[in-house]
Write a protein that binds this ligand. Sequence first.
Ligand SMILES: [Zn+2]
Length: 169
Amino acid sequence: MSYNLASQVYMDLYPVLARKIKYTIIRANNEGLPIDLFCGGRSWEMQQKEYEKGRELKEGIWTISDLHRVVTNAQPGDSWHNYFVAGDFAFKDEHDDWTWDIPTKYWHRVAEIAKEVGLEWGLELFGAKLSDYPHFQYTKGLRIWQAKGIVKADGLKALWDTIEKEEVV
Ligand SMILES: [Zn+2]
């Protein structure tokens, strides 16, 4: 188990978030929880591709055609991954393959560590869908519509600066 800060998955992530993720991984690994960062930031084009999984266009509306293949309900701009302030962890099995098939208590322990450094947990933000266990973000309680407005007006760096200055809520 090792993480690699130069690896693709950390690319373009908000550096403060990247450090908090790295800290969480090291702490968890030291406790015998073999997690690593599975997914980091996503461009709006990538988000669209993710959104289309399990959906098909019917009369101009994206409609779910295969629920098991759906990976996100967020359209481009509606996911914190699109602002590079979110990451999804996954566990590694004994063959070093990714796995999400682990008891939820281990996710709770990862979340305890992550929350110590101010990360916000998908399970607590979005509810108890299994897909939200791996998701962590660093927004200090900003809303996605606020993020969208800031980025539209002043760019991504302005959003990161806002998060940095924001009081923890
Ligand atoms: Zn996520």
